[in-house]
Design a protein around this ligand. Sequence first.
Ligand code: FAD
Length: 517
Amino acid sequence: KNNMLFWRSIMFMFLTCISIRTQFCCSSNPSSLRTLAINGHLTFDEVHDAAKDFGNRLQMLPLAVLHPKSVSDIATTIKHIWQLGSDSEITVAARGHGHSLQGQAQAHRGIVINMEALRSPEMHFYTGMAPYVDVSGGELWINVLHESLKYGLAPKSWTDYLHLTIGGTLSNAGISGQAFHHGPQISNVYQLEVVTGKGEVLNCSEKQNSDLFYSVLGGLGQFGIITRARISLEAAPQKVKWIRVLYSDFTTFARDQERLIASDNAFDYIEGFVTINRTGLLNNWRSSFDPQDPVQASQFRSDGKTLFCLELVKYFNTDETKKVNEDVTNQLSQLGYIKSTLFLTEVSYVEFLDRVHVSEIKLRSKGLWEVPHPWLNLLIPKSKIQAFAVEVFGDILTETSNGPILIYPVNKSKWDDRTSAVIPEEDIFYLVAFLSSAVPSSTGTDSLEHILNQNRRILEFCETANLGVKQYLPHYTTQEEWRAHFGPRWEVFVQRKSTYDPLAILAPGQRIFQKAI
Ligand code: FAD
């Protein structure tokens, strides 16, 4: 009899727990969200697009998608989830343009915020000394470019591709060929408006709520949702001189790149890429580069060798053409490239900045854009780049047909070490980006499996050779790996999380913190 009583009381306790839990869960189920007082709307059925991204490898269905009309829609939603406390499993991911690689903007059974729906504030320009634009965190950089040009202005620091949102790139860093001079995009922001993981709306800058400001920049979406940013601008040039020269020797290539980034006025953009065992050298999908002298360009034969292409750009206005030509000729005369490989073209500033979009249109028309993208982006200290190049370009990779491999150095002095971005220790470090596309049904060297295996070998080499490499757009699955990624900065990162998003509601797709339930 005692036994029966014991089991009955256990059963009672169990059912009570379930009932309490159900009550709480009920308050976090769609019906409680449906009653939220917001100007925009939540959708519960059309959520499939929010489970996709550019990486095309991971899909997590959310519970709902919020299409905010105002900042308060975002704050109200997050505050509601914050108030449910740790009894609700709901998380929130801001989704910019969904160009993450491994689900970073997704939220399994959570709420995805469609940031592009946030049209306020309208872009506002200040055109005096130190000009800037105030812009919604969900705005695309391409739109910022077009609007800024109406005032003869433009942002200083870019990404290679502009169909990405302000909030999405500022959550990482935003690196391109201008970063050696201006720093990444996170070094070119004056002010942010942020909704924290508690649903508070806060303005922040170097002077106001500065800890929040630097936390959010490069913060992988962990501390708040960027709803507005004040981006620094400069006078926009009309045109650019776009130059490519080739090297067969990596040491000479790297020496020239490093010499060029030491000067702020030799060129305005400096990048480079590697080709291994390739013909059709100029058919690089990432650029619409169209050499002025196609005969000369097509006559160049690489014979399947490994080549390093230095890519340079000089901005200019048409009334400065003569002077710019002289300057460029002078700069080029000091470089050690293969002299018969000077490819030069002139395009408008917009054509240059929006170059990858031209390739996107071509690839989309052939169904080659929405394929898996097992990209690997690494930041490598200058002192280790030789060792890296010898092993990776000389041994691990036998050809580069799966997509471009970018390689260029940047100056650490242009990065602010108060931000959350993680970079190597040395004064100069290289971005090396393996931008592979996989062919879905293939079992060959263009298959996802083959490319992932190559990526793994590259990472293993970096680890065993102790190169001090950091991943850019990092992806890890365990907290131990994240701890190693942040190194001595991990404690600060955790402290910031507990201040601004203590329940770990935000950006669950990064898999750094798990919401406690
Ligand atoms: P999403 O993928 O939507 O989001 C990225 C992360 O930021 C997620 O964790 C998300 O939750 C969070 N997030 C999004 N919006 C906000 C917000 N408003 N507030 C807070 N958190 C937010 N990067 C470079 O640095 N340089 C390049 O040259 C470059 N070129 C690229 C070219 C292509 C073709 C692609 C696909 C990507 C490229 N990237 C480059 C990477 C790109 O910067 C990142 O993937 C970026 O996150 C994409 O922006 P998004 O708007 O699509 O963000």
